[in-house]
Ligand binder design. Structure first.
Ligand code: SF4
Length: 332
């Protein structure tokens, strides 16, 4: 099964650094890994042949001794791009609003981090250390401590302070003990309610390893669910544990919203899968019911490609006169 995971976060939250480290780790485990990155910049350089040619046509392919590629002079969907990638795990960097695969949320320690949680997060990642270092030792009165271990008596914006934080006012994610939140809440238990943070506060035992560890209580997703569950809160350097989560939890739904699984949208199904109350096998469009034979020999296809072939053919044929449901045979 094709595994896809998103790496999302605001600018300077460490997305690309994490994607690079995660790609290396997963590759070292024997996976074929690809990355799709969202960018708001032009992809080609002004004046280059591919750019000037692209001014005349909508698609330009290029092949060199080292690289190959195609420029489409229009945005394509992830579902258009994925079939071109030879990979069993795809890391999708950016694409905050896509809702058909689980996500790793890179925090930067600001209140708007909460907007990144839509019920599809499988873990939250602490912000990268600030230049000049963060964390460790005794921070008597940090105002924006990012991952400090030790004793933080009065942080006002501690993101993941270990040690004892009696009175945080904007703690984003306290490590250690976060009992289940009250219904509809974010954070809670023995942690006093933060004033304007996402979760945390209260009594935070020392972090597990170098400033991370403990859990993270995301706010409820739009629609009311996804809050309260204690997400793993990890450091950027805990790539092994993040890779474990990717291997265990990544998936990709086809974005067809066909309703075959009993849910109106793939997003609804994706949230069920992330919450472990549903399974990818519940997606009827991913069932390998499509077989392609070349000269009588079955062609290997993963379930995602199989569903693309199936749904493309059905999409083309179903409006035609004479179409009816049943086994379809095509010879070329
Ligand atoms: S059956 Fe699959 S493609 Fe259809 S809505 Fe459910 S998850 Fe989406």
């Amino acid at each position: 099964m094709l595994k896809v995971v998103g790496i999302i976060g605001y600018k300077n939250s460490g997305k690309t650094t994490l994607a690079r480290a995660l790609a290396r780790e997963l590759t070292s485990r024997g996976h074929e890994v690809a990355v799709v990155k969202h960018t708001s910049h032009h992809l080609d350089l002004p004046g280059k042949d591919t750019t000037t040619l692209g001014e005349a046509v909508g698609q330009v392919g290029f092949i060199s001794l080292q690289e190959s590629g195609v420029f489409w002079k229009r945005p394509l969907s992830l579902e258009n791009i994925i079939p071109y990638l030879e990979a069993d795990i795809i890391l999708v960097e950016g694409f905050k609003t896509e809702k058909t695969f689980p996500k790793i949320v890179c925090l930067r320690g600001e209140p708007d981090d909460r907007d990144l949680f839509d019920g599809l997060a499988i873990c939250a990642i602490l912000p990268p250390p600030a230049p000049g270092g963060a964390g460790g030792g005794s921070n008597p009165s940090p105002s924006q401590g990012v991952a400090g271990g030790g004793s933080n008596p009065s942080p006002s914006q501690g993101v993941a302070g270990g040690g004892s934080n009696p009175s945080p006012s904007q703690g984003v994610a306290g490590g250690g003990s976060n009992p289940p939140p009250a219904p509809g809440g974010a954070g809670g238990g023995s942690n006093p309610p933060p004033v304007s943070g996402v979760a945390g506060g209260g009594s935070n035992p020392p972090p597990v390893s170098g400033g991370a560890g403990g859990g993270f209580n995301p706010p409820p997703a739009p629609g009311g669910d996804g809050g309260g569950s204690n997400l793993p809160l990890l450091g950027q350097d805990e790539v092994g544990r993040i890779a474990d989560l990717v291997e265990e939890k990544a998936f990709k739904l086809p974005n067809l919203d066909c309703g075959g699984c009993g849910h109106e949208t793939c997003y609804d199904m994706a949230r069920e899968i992330v919450a472990a109350t549903g399974s990818v096998e519940d997606c009827v469009s991913l069932q390998p019911a499509t077989e392609v034979r070349i000269d009588g020999q079955p062609m290997p296809m993963n379930s995602f490609i199989s569903s693309i072939v199936r749904n493309t053919i059905l999409g083309l044929l179903s409006p035609l006169k004479g179409f009816k449901k049943g086994k379809i045979e095509i010879s070329i």
